[in-house]
Structures are given as C-alpha cells and as structure tokens.
Design a protein around this ligand. Structure first.
Ligand code: AMP
Length: 149
C-alpha cells in the first residue's frame, strides 16, 4: 500500500477532496486489507491504526453522515459490524472491541472497531501505529478467518 504511514494532514486534506475513497475501496478500485464483505457492507483495516486490528466498517452505498442512513441500513450496518467485532475479539488479544464514529476526515459513513485493553487505547490523537505490509496482511487474514457471515 503506497500510502501506509501517511497520517499527516496533507494526505487527509487530499482525501476530503475525493468523491469517496471508501467507495473506491469497496469496489476494489483502491486496494485495502479486506476483512469481510457482503452485498451491502465492507470491512477493512484502517491504514493508520490506533490499535492492532483497528477496522473500519462501511456501507457500500455512499452516504456521508452515518445518521443520514435510513434506519434499516443503519441497523444492518451495525449488525454487520457486530459480526466483524466478534471476529476481531477472537483474533486479536484484547479486553473488548471499542466502537467509534467520527467521520471528520472521510465523508463516507463508517464505524471504527478498535481492540482495547484500556480506556486510553481509544485515543485518536495519539501517534498511529505502524505495521509492515506483511503484518497488515497477517492481521487481516487472522480476523477474516474468524468471520461468521
Ligand atoms: P474519520 O473520518 O475521522 O473517522 O477518519 C477516517 C479514518 O479512515 C482514519 O482513521 C484513517 O486512517 C482511515 N483511512 C483513510 N484512508 C484510508 C485507506 N485508504 N484505507 C484504510 N483506512 C483509511
């Protein structure tokens, strides 16, 4: 992945100008470390993780603000995220998988699933973790192998 490690504001400003980088990820136009997908939803590793196994879950249909989803799509997105969260908990040693919705950088609704061992692990301001391509591949495979969809 050519953009691994670009956690700086320049890259994030660039993202905001794009229609939706996440739509391109869901369609396969842009590569991602895929965790799971079905006809409506897609889960993949965050490229700038705040913890090992940090995953994003998106609806394939492009909607910016998560609370603008219709209620059926909203609850189905969370039902899909639940399956992914259970798989993360099995694959990554952690006490719990935390859930966060921000949407400050990418205007395409998404849920962050973040393995946690303490409250301080859920801190988006801390320095992002760096994993090599092979480590990211290993993490995504270990989570996706636990998915029951
Ligand atoms: P926010 O919109 O504030 O919820 O943050 C967007 C999240 O998307 C950040 O955690 C980024 O690291 C992540 N992100 C941005 N581009 C990509 C990408 N190409 N692949 C995976 N995650 C990404």
């Amino acid at each position: 992945m050519y953009h691994l490690g670009y956690s700086n504001s320049k890259y994030l400003k660039f993202l905001n100008k794009m229609a939706s980088i996440f739509s391109k990820i869901a369609s396969g136009e842009i590569p991602s470390w895929k965790i799971a997908e079905d006809s409506r939803f897609y889960a993949f590793l965050d490229i700038n993780p705040i913890s090992k196994g940090h995953t994003l879950v998106i609806p394939k249909k492009e909607t910016d603000y998560i609370f603008d989803l219709d209620s059926e799509e909203f609850s189905s997105l969370f039902a899909f995220a639940q399956k992914v969260g259970l798989a993360i908990k099995e694959a990554i040693p952690c006490k719990r998988v935390g859930v966060a919705v921000l949407g400050m950088e990418v205007p395409h609704a998404h849920i962050h699933l973040i393995p946690l061992n303490s409250e301080s692990d859920l801190d988006f301001k801390k320095e992002k973790l760096q994993f090599s391509t092979s480590e990211m591949e290993l993490i995504s495979k270990s989570i996706s192998s636990k998915i029951k969809i």
